[in-house]
Design a protein around this ligand. Structure first.
Ligand code: 3PY
Length: 366
């Protein structure tokens, strides 16, 4: 009875101790995980040797980081990048993907069942095998928003280069000929024009903002639904046909999906005005390039500016490159020092969060 009484009066203290211990563990385990003590045994693979040190450090603080010695999976005219990935990936819990080449089933098979997260250093993720990732229960993150300003700047650059015929004009300078008169090598004005944005997402909105100083008469956009942000930008929601028929400048800023694939084709090009300038900062496969070639060659539309093509790199003897009214860039949309660093850091932080039990910063809905 005495023992029973003793235990009983210690009971509240025991409960308090137990609660303290429990709370202590609750706090300590995530802390350990965040400080990396418990996560160091997790392996993370970075798919390229070109990854900013600040982003690498974010990963190294928490995990064992493996990094490919090669720039790009499968590029550089060799299979070394691919072999390296296949050698390093077994046992990895996360993959930082720095390439526009596909994440194949071969890579996912080699990784093994513990692969939890693929973090692509890009906004587009059509190359990341999303359906297979979903089927295997692997999370996917991308890097939207941080790149919108840089990509929008390239879109504005393409609008100006294509509409003011930089390709032909530069060729003139190189030939030592200066033939600008009243009908030769004249361009189109942005002033008082109608600019149509296909897809008023982060990039599309950033394009409108940047063009607001060019005295554009009207901004219109098409897409699945009206965007709340459009009002402040004075952009008007229209059907895709209206956009194609009324725009002087058309900017494609949509991701590549089954729905958007080849959306710019013989039929849609046929709806554009003869003075239309078409710009693509989305993905090469949005466009039927043979149809675009014909439309430019036959002067059915005025000019085009492309940051993205199919394939990439575009072979240097590709027929598109023979067109004087086309201005092409080698997919440099996000290629600024700051933007690439921010993309790399966001990709790393997604993995840090994902593997330490915190919410992902920019998950892709699979
Ligand atoms: O991040 C992407 O998807 C891009 O294409 C940037 O240019």
């Amino acid at each position: 009875m005495l023992i029973y009484k003793k235990v009983l009066c210690r009971f509240p203290a025991m409960i308090t101790r137990f609660t303290q211990l429990y709370i202590g563990l609750l706090v300590a385990i995530p802390c350990l995980a965040t400080n990396g003590t418990m996560t160091k045994n997790l392996k993370v693979l970075v798919s390229s040797n070109d990854y900013p040190p600040t982003a690498l450090k974010l990963l190294e603080d928490h995990f064992t980081v493996l990094q490919s010695r090669y720039l790009n999976f499968g590029q550089e005219g060799s299979t070394l990048g691919r072999e390296e990935i296949l050698k390093l990936i077994p046992g990895c819990s996360a993959l930082v993907w720095i390439s526009n080449l596909p994440i194949t089933n071969e890579i996912l098979d080699a990784a093994g069942a513990q692969l939890k997260i693929v973090s692509t250093v890009s906004a587009g993720y059509n190359h990341c095998n999303p359906e297979e990732l979903r089927a295997r229960g692997i999370q996917l993150t991308n890097t939207p928003n941080v790149l919108s300003p840089a990509v929008a700047e390239v879109a504005v650059g393409l609008i100006l280069s294509a509409s003011r015929r930089f390709t032909e004009n530069l060729d003139q300078v190189r030939r030592g000929e200066w033939e600008i008169g009243f009908d030769k090598v004249l361009g189109q004005d942005l002033r008082d024009s109608t600019v149509g944005i296909i897809g008023l997402g982060g990039i599309g909105q950033a394009v409108v903002k940047r063009l607001s100083g060019f005295d554009v008469a009207r901004f219109i956009y098409s897409g699945h639904r009206e965007k709340p942000e459009a009002k402040a930008l004075r952009a008007e929601f229209v059907s895709q046909d209206t956009l194609l028929e009324q725009s002087d400048f058309i900017v494609a800023a949509v991701p590549l999906t089954n729905e958007t694939k080849l959306m710019i084709n013989k039929e849609t090009l046929g709806k554009m005005k003869p003075n239309a300038v078409f710009v693509n900062v989305g993905r090469g496969d949005l466009v039927d390039q043979d149809a675009l070639y014909d439309a430019l060659k036959n002067k059915q539309i005025y000019a085009a500016g492309l940051d993205v093509t199919t394939p990439e790199p575009l072979p240097k003897d590709h027929k598109l490159l023979t067109l004087p009214n086309l201005f092409v860039l080698p997919h440099i949309g996000s290629a600024t020092v700051r933007t690439r660093r921010e993309m790399a850091e966001l990709a790393a932080n997604n993995i840090v969060n994902g593997l330490t039990g915190k919410p992902l910063l920019s998950p892709v809905k699979l």
